[in-house]
Ligand binder design. Structure first.
Ligand SMILES: [Zn+2]
Length: 412
């Protein structure tokens, strides 16, 4: 067993075993699924005894996950607004001039960089391994380097463009297995007063909401603030501000710079104290998580079995990557769910990784009127209830499995 991703030395203990799953974003064409040969990897969460950092026990090669990517930031208008708002806030609060260089690592389709453009930042550099998304990002006016952000790439970018005023990572920070290498690359990339802004799903929210479906191979780390502070300190950086955000199922936004360059906001110590009080770097909250997952599993499987006994038809709504953690761990397949409807046209016509459930357009639910719809995109439950108000108002039934199994009410 390898040591801790963060501190290197610590022994890690397994706290949750979700079985073997396929990489959660590898939605297959039907012919690829039929050909077989899909690789499944163990999905186990562990905790470091020394630093308390929550992390996967088994790592999947990044090229098996990120070289062709079907998740697009701009697919959700909520997310587009969020990222444009973040760019505006960074420019305003750091008082960036037009000539400042901003680097977005894991720039996806360029939505955040587009936001910096709107905030009149001219020099915008993106980095992303997904070649299929880089073209979209370039079309929005950013320079994009296809590849992984490491020390060599940071040196190359700095030689070409000079140091950056800001480096951002939204949602990609939990993807990085080589944390020490990343911090060295950030150190090279940023100027003396440079600021690193990251957003990541937050472990406290994951535990509170029982959002265990956030756990999949792309996310090698499950961040709390306290272990992150230790990582930054080891590389001469410190967190100077922190915010909790409602987007997705609860995110942490962290502002960091070189130690001593900026005043540290009271929010930082306050959140660290709350983590201490909640025992976030100890095993106790994970034991509660395991029990809650078991409850959801037995309630959902009982409900599906009852529907099937009555001859009812069951389908899914929303095929986010995270849905595949639940589908795989609960052992669901095409015999349980006829299909899953999703708005992402890149996913329609494909099947879910591992479980091979067909993905169709949302209109299909309105045509078919199935007896039960399981909502995997549970974090958009309200938006979905509004979208399907006619179906729900005329006897249709939708259930949301997380944070606990419950019926979705019609919203007019
Ligand atoms: Zn550790």
């Amino acid at each position: 067993m390898a040591g801790c991703l963060l501190c290197g030395g610590g022994k890690v203990d397994e706290v949750l075993d979700l079985g073997k799953t396929a990489p959660a974003n590898n939605f297959l064409k039907p012919e690829e699924a039929a050909a077989g040969g899909e690789t499944l990897y163990p999905l186990r969460l562990s905790l470091c005894r020394a630093c308390g950092h929550a992390q996967l026990l088994d790592l999947v090669p990044p090229s098996a996950m990120f070289d062709h990517y079907l998740y697009m930031s701009s697919a959700s208008s909520t997310l587009t607004d969020h990222l444009h708002g973040l760019a505006a806030k960074i420019v305003r609060s750091l008082d960036l001039g037009a000539s400042a260089l901003v680097v977005d690592v894991g720039c996806n389709d360029g939505t955040l960089l587009e936001g910096f453009g709107k905030a009149r930042i001219e020099r915008r550099q993106g980095v992303d391994p997904a070649a299929n998304l880089a073209e979209t990002a370039r079309a929005k006016g950013a320079e994009v380097t296809t590849g992984y952000f490491d020390l060599a790439l940071a040196r190359q970018l700095r030689d070409t463009h000079g140091p950056a005023s800001v480096l951002t990572m939204t949602n990609t920070f939990p993807h990085i297995p080589d944390l020490s290498g990343l911090m060295q690359a950030i150190d090279v990339m940023l100027d003396e007063d440079g600021v690193f802004v990251l957003e990541a799903h937050y472990l406290m929210d994951l535990l509170d909401l029982c959002a265990f479906d956030t756990i999949y191979h792309e996310h090698v780390s499950y961040w709390a603030l306290t272990p992150m502070q230790a990582l930054f300190a080891a590389h001469g950086f410190e967190v100077f501000d922190v915010e909790r955000l409602p987007i997705h199922h609860g995110q942490l936004r962290v502002w960091a710079g070189r130690k001593g360059r900026r005043p540290v906001a009271p929010a930082v110590a306050a959140l660290a104290a709350l983590e201490e009080e909640r025992g976030l770097t100890t095993k106790a909250p994970f034991e509660t998580l395991v029990a809650r997952i078991e409850d959801i599993r037995s309630n959902l499987l009982d409900l599906i079995a009852e529907m099937k006994r009555k001859g009812g038809r069951v389908v899914g709504y929303g095929a986010p990557a995270k849905g595949n953690t639940m589908i795989a761990f609960f052992g669901l397949g095409p015999d349980d769910l006829d299909y899953i409807a999703d708005r992402n046209t890149l996913k329609q016509g494909r099947v879910t990784p591992g479980s091979h459930i067909p993905i169709v357009a949302p209109e299909r639910i309105l045509e078919d009127r199935p007896d039960l719809v399981i909502v995997f995109a549970w974090n958009f439950a309200e938006e979905i209830a509004r979208q399907f108000s006619d179906y729900l108002g005329s006897g249709g039934r939708m259930v949301v499995p997380i944070p606990a199994l419950q019926d979705l009410e019609a919203v007019s």
